[in-house]
Ligand binder design. Structure first.
Ligand code: NAP
Ligand code: G4F
Length: 345
């Protein structure tokens, strides 16, 4: 009998990598997609199976974590062994623009799934996609499972709710419900408006003279960036461990956004030099043209300046460690972007 998993958020970066991992492991994977006016399944199109395929191992269903009845009905119909809740309005800056929707999806979405599990089958294992954003204004350094949270955005506050409701349901109803506290993870499939993807995409285009300028916000915040391909392995391991628990998943290395830009520029042999300070700071090309400008509109009402995790617990107990470092990550992202540009010729 194949194991079955249900992924909320299957069309996202992590949903795509996780689906591939589970399919490789012989799972039947059910994914929840939302209706949208234009098709948004490009990250999973290559593993999609026609509805008429006889033996289906990748099955998509319409649903939405803001719609409790669809959540309940899907879990009841599919009866999966494992549920991965990756569904979220996951952009921190956007969460200040749509705080109520973000809270509904990111906080109450988790509650809806957990409550359905209790009512349908409390043996279903549950993974909650928690975030290092929950540490926000960091209270200790580096951050571990014991570091207190200090969320700094509607997104992060919602994730803190999801974290604690997962623990509460675990303790109240004896659920196998786990929190992964994942630090930033990127890949060629990263959403276009997250800073790493925005930088790689723009610098590759600038190098080929297909774009003139890149506009960014705070380039002095620091992040612990890993590769999504490694992080979905951690999600799976978390649900295979003998008991439910909460886990920090990170690389333990930290770089600023500016350092990330310099590394990408070096990788594609783009000469850049920086001049000025604050909003007047700019990056120039070899021929003295402005290629990067800082714009106030990309700053957040409150920023998370400094994230760096410690995943010793996952390393020791789950035997998880990242395989790809920042150099591998940048290489993968750059290769993907350059190939895409050459296909556009
Ligand atoms: P992502 O690319 O933005 O994907 C989010 C997924 O959630 C998409 O499939 C999206 O569907 C879906 N979704 C959004 N609202 C939904 C709703 N109301 N009902 C059902 N599905 C909904 O995010 P990601 O980078 O893969 O991250 C996966 C999860 O991990 C998210 O919960 C994120 O907050 C969390 N996380 C991410 C990171 C990171 O660095 N990537 C770090 C820590 C935690 P559409 O395609 O239809 O929009
Ligand atoms: O790439 P970002 O938007 O990621 P952020 O805010 O760290 O959130 C991501 O990681 C979290 C895990 O810690 C996830 F939970 C969350 O879902 C998401 O995946 O921004 C990174 C940094 C920030 O400090 C931001 O202010 O880059 C800075 N930044 C500077 N200029 C920018 C820009 N961010 C974006 N998105 N766009 C800019 O132009």
């Amino acid at each position: 009998m194949n194991k079955s998993a249900l992924i909320f958020g299957v069309t996202g970066q992590d949903g795509s990598y996780l689906s591939r991992l589970l399919l490789k492991k012989g799972y039947v994977v059910h994914g929840v997609i939302r209706r949208s006016s234009s098709i948004n399944t490009k990250r999973i199109d290559d593993i999609y199976q026609e509805p008429f395929t006889k033996k289906k191992y990748f099955i998509l269903h319409y649903g939405d974590v803001t719609d409790g009845s669809s959540v309940f009905d899907l879990i009841k119909k599919i009866k999966p062994k494992e549920i991965y809740n990756l569904a979220a309005q996951s952009h921190v800056a956007v969460s200040f623009q749509v705080p109520e929707y973000t809270s509904n999806a990111d906080a109450l979405g988790s509650l809806r799934i957990l409550d359905s599990i209790v009512k349908i089958n409390p043996k279903i294992k549950y993974y909650q996609a928690g975030s290092s954003e929950m540490y926000g204004k960091v209270q200790s350094f580096p951050q571990t499972e014991k570091t207190p949270f200090y969320p700094r955005s509607p997104y992060a506050v919602s994730k803190v709710y999801a974290h604690w409701i997962t623990i509460n349901y675990r303790e109240s109803y004896n659920l196998f419900a786990c929190n992964g506290i994942l630090f930033n993870h990127e890949s060629p499939l990263r959403g276009e408006t997250f800073v790493t993807k925005k930088i790689v995409k723009a610098l590759c285009k600038i190098k080929q003279k297909k774009q003139r300028r890149l506009y960014l916000g705070n380039i002095y915040s620091k992040r612990d960036w890993g590769h999504a391909e490694d992080y979905v392995v951690a999600m799976w391991k978390i649900l295979q461990y003998k008991k439910p628990d909460d886990w920090v998943i990170c690389t333990g290395k930290q770089y600023s956004v500016k350092e990330f830009i310099n590394l990408v520029a070096k990788k594609i042999n783009l000469d850049i030099s920086w001049k000025g300070k604050g909003l007047k700071e700019k990056a120039f090309s070899k021929d003295n043209k402005i290629i990067i400008e800082i714009k106030k509109r990309y700053f957040r009402p409150s920023e998370v300046d400094n994230l760096k995790g410690n995943s010793s617990k996952a390393k020791k107990i789950l035997k998880w460690k990242p395989v790809k470092d920042l150099n591998n990550l940048i290489q993968d992202m750059v290769t993907y972007e350059l190939k895409k540009l050459s296909n556009e010729k």
